[in-house]
Design a protein around this ligand. Structure first.
Ligand SMILES: Nc1ncnc2c1ncn2[C@@H]1O[C@H](COP(=O)(O)OP(=O)(O)OP(=O)(O)O)[C@@H](O)[C@H]1O
Length: 718
């Protein structure tokens, strides 16, 4: 696969490249067609000739027939070997010989002995061959020269008739020259020369010459055959040389190709190395992915199991959902049913309430609301427990858990537990404001034991306004609403009943001790009682009205007893007088709204009052007991109602006798220690609730109405 050396010489056959050619198809091909191998055949011929010449030179006495026989045998062998192409490498052929022996001239030079016998047409190659002889190694030159010069002499000197007469070298040279010249002139001429020579010889020895001639002829024939063979070989050599060149060219191309391929292979190897690295990376990735895949597979298995469980759960859940849906639909239908029933119930309840109210109005019953205050801080600290049960009581009822007696149930028009605020209480009270403006007398009073929240319910506090404030507010709101149809004139009075005396709270200095003016209750008309001399402050809005009432409240006498230090021992009364006129029909009304915060109803025995305080308590008690008597008389529909037994009952005669709408707040304490007082209050309130006052009557100003009618009747324009 290597290129030839720079001097154009092929490597020596001794070199390893030749002895051990590379095991490639190219080398095998070269081994068959290489011109080197082809050239090996020619040194073989030379060697055989060389041996002859050497034998001649060394021995000098070799007989012509033997020499001729050896030469013929050598030529025959050479021909035979050339035909069979049994090329045997020979060390006698130098690199220079081979390189110079390309082409037909080189082939002729390689075989000068043969070329010398080819006639004149090969004279020029022979000169080349002679020139070449000077460059060839000695042994080759010797062989070649020996054969060129000696061969004809050998032929002639080897006559059987004179075997002992060797040809002199000069003669031999001359004969050679003669032969050469004859050969240069052509084949026929050479034979003639030979014939002449033989004829000349025949003169001396005809028998020997004849034999020699025969041998010579046979040799000539053999030579001709050898020449043909040689020519064939030369042609073949030319072909092989051409092939060799082509092979060399293709070899170079192949070498170039090989180099390119090698480079390509190199680049491919580099790429392969990269690919290998990449592959190893991918392998690592694959390995990691495999591990991940395993982990995922395990996870998948777990999830699969879980999903199976979930599937079961899902089916259960589906069943449950179906059941729930059924229940939901049932619930929805029940709910709508319940809603309908509730609506019906509320409608019926409302209807029942309306009917009851109508009945109450027809009967003229006093309405009673029960309100229970919460346990105060002291009571809670003492650990007092509730004596009133609201939870298990029905609407409008309450249960008292007495420690001695068993449970007692009380029923009222409304019951407010400790948690219900002022607003809730007023919701049920508000309709009375409208009644006042409609011309009805209204009396709202709070009754109960000291400290049960009477003042809180009626007056309230700044942050939790009571009935007084709220009803006035409602009154003015309705007045405002009706201002197109009605015209109202509102006046406010504030008084108190203390120790059976009536005091005007709006008069400056009208304290109990300073009784400047005694106020009495007078009947001014049938069913109309009045307190002559009572200050009536005209108010046009809520603020004015409230200011007046506040003035009266501040003037109230507040003392202290052992039972309750801050308890009020006077009956505080606010009176709102409303004169209304219907602008459409001219109807006029005079109505009153009594707002009464009674004194504490505690029993005198329970208090440790003495002296003035005892007198107060007795008077308070007298008023309340008179009220109780009146209530009892009214409840039993007695002929005589003892209104005049106390200032309080006398004052409230109009409101309790039947023309009015009356509302009583019975205030109770939740404390179990006060259960006795609570029961008294509740029993009293129950009695009040049972009173039938008769239907309330509108307080129409009859005098004004008559005057109006007369005006209309005698109107000149009418
Ligand atoms: N429903 C209630 N909610 C909150 N606190 C209340 C309630 N009822 C009463 N109170 C509180 O109880 C205390 C006593 O109330 P209040 O003075 O109104 O009783 P009273 O019956 O008017 O007493 P007296 O007979 O001495 O006038 C007050 O501090 C009041 O704020």
């Amino acid at each position: 696969g290597k290129q030839g050396p720079p001097n154009g010489r092929l490597p020596s056959p001794h070199k390893s490249s030749i002895q051990n050619p590379p095991p490639s198809p190219i080398s095998d091909e070269l081994a068959i067609h290489s011109p080197l191998h082809l050239a090996f055949a020619f040194p073989r011929i030379r060697t055989m000739g060389e041996g002859s010449s050497e034998a001649i030179q060394d021995g000098g006495a070799l007989s012509a027939p033997s020499v001729g026989t050896e030469a013929v045998a050598a030529v025959r062998k050479t021909v035979k070997m050339s035909e069979t192409r049994d090329f045997i490498p020979c060390a006698a052929v130098s690199e220079g010989d081979y390189s110079r022996s390309s082409g037909s001239s080189s082939a002729a030079a390689a075989l000068p002995d043969v070329a010398s016998c080819t006639g004149s047409s090969e004279a020029a190659p022979r000169d080349d061959a002679d020139a070449e002889m000077h460059h060839t190694p000695d042994y080759t030159r010797r062989g070649a020269a020996g054969r060129l010069r000696i061969a004809p002499l050998e032929l002639f000197s080897a006559a059987p008739s004179s075997p002992a007469v060797p040809c002199p070298p000069a003669k031999a040279a001359d004969a050679e020259n003669a032969t050469g010249d004859a050969a240069g002139a052509g084949g026929g001429t050479q034979e003639e020369a030979m014939g002449c020579q033989i004829a000349h010889t025949d003169k001396g020895n005809d028998g020997c010459c004849g034999q020699l001639r025969q041998e010579y002829d046979s040799l000539l024939r053999e030579k001709g055959e050898c020449r043909r063979v040689l020519e064939d070989l030369m042609r073949e050599n030319e072909l092989k040389t051409k092939e060799c060149r082509e092979a060399q060219t293709s070899l170079r191309e192949l070498q170039m190709e090989l180099m390119r391929k090698s480079m390509h292979v190199g680049s491919l190897a580099f790429a392969v190395e990269g690919q290998v690295k990449e592959k190893s990376r991918w392998c690592q990735l694959l390995k990691d992915l495999g591990e991940k895949f395993k982990a995922l597979k395990t996870e998948h298995q777990i999830l699969l199991k879980e999903s199976e469980e979930y599937k079961k759960c899902l089916s259960d859940a589906t069943q449950m959902t179906t059941t729930i849906h059924q229940y939901v639909s049932q619930y929805a239908s029940l709910e709508s049913e319940f809603k309908d029933l509730k609506e019906k119930f509320s409608e019926e309840a409302k209807e029942r309430k309306d009917l009851y109210n109508k009945l109450i109005e027809l009967k003229g019953n006093i309405r009673v609301f029960c309100r229970c205050r919460p346990l105060n801080t002291e009571e809670t600290a003492e650990g007092a427990s509730m004596a009133i049960d609201f939870d298990s009581a029905k609407d409008g009822e309450l249960i008292v858990r007495g420690h001695v007696s068993s449970k007692k149930v009380f029923k009222f028009d409304s019951v407010f537990n400790p948690e219900e605020d002022q607003e809730k209480v007023f919701e049920k009270t508000a309709p009375f404001a409208t009644s006042v403006l409609d011309g009805f007398n209204v009396c709202i009073f709070a009754y109960g034991q000291t400290g049960t929240g009477k003042t809180f319910t009626m007056e309230g506090t700044e942050g939790a306004r009571g009935v007084n404030y709220r009803i006035l507010d409602e009154l003015f709101r309705v007045v405002k609403d009706r201002h197109d149809l009605f015209q109202y004139e509102i006046t406010v009075s504030a008084l108190e009943v203390y120790n059976e005396q009536i005091h005007d709270l709006l008069l400056t200095g009208s304290q109990p001790s300073t009784t400047t003016k005694r106020l009495e209750v007078r009947q001014v008309a049938e069913g109309v009682h009045h307190v002559p001399g009572l200050v009536e402050a005209r108010v046009s809005n809520m603020d004015e009205a409230w200011d007046v009432l506040q003035t009266g409240s501040k003037a109230r006498v507040v003392g202290s007893t052992n039972a309750n230090e801050h308890s009020s021992r006077s009956h505080c009364i606010h009176c709102v007088m409303v004169k209304g006129e219907n602008l459409m029909n001219g109807e006029r009304t005079n109505s009153k709204l009594w707002l009464i915060d009674l004194a504490g109803s505690e029993r005198v025995a329970k208090t440790d009052a003495q002296g003035e305080r005892l007198k107060e308590a007795q008077n308070i008690n007298k008023s309340l007991s008179a009220l109780g008597d009146v209530i009892s008389a009214l409840a039993t529909k007695s002929q005589h109602i003892p209104f005049r037994n106390s200032k309080l009952t006398h004052l409230l005669q109009d409101s309790l006798s039947g023309d009015s709408k009356t509302l009583m707040f019975v205030q109770i304490s939740p404390n179990e220690n006060d259960v006795g007082e609570t029961l008294c209050s509740l029993n009293f309130a129950s009695r009040v609730r049972g009173i039938e006052l008769g239907q309330a009557r509108k307080q129409v100003d009859v005098g004004e109405l008559s005057r109006y009618k007369l005006m209309v009747f005698y109107c000149p324009s009418c």
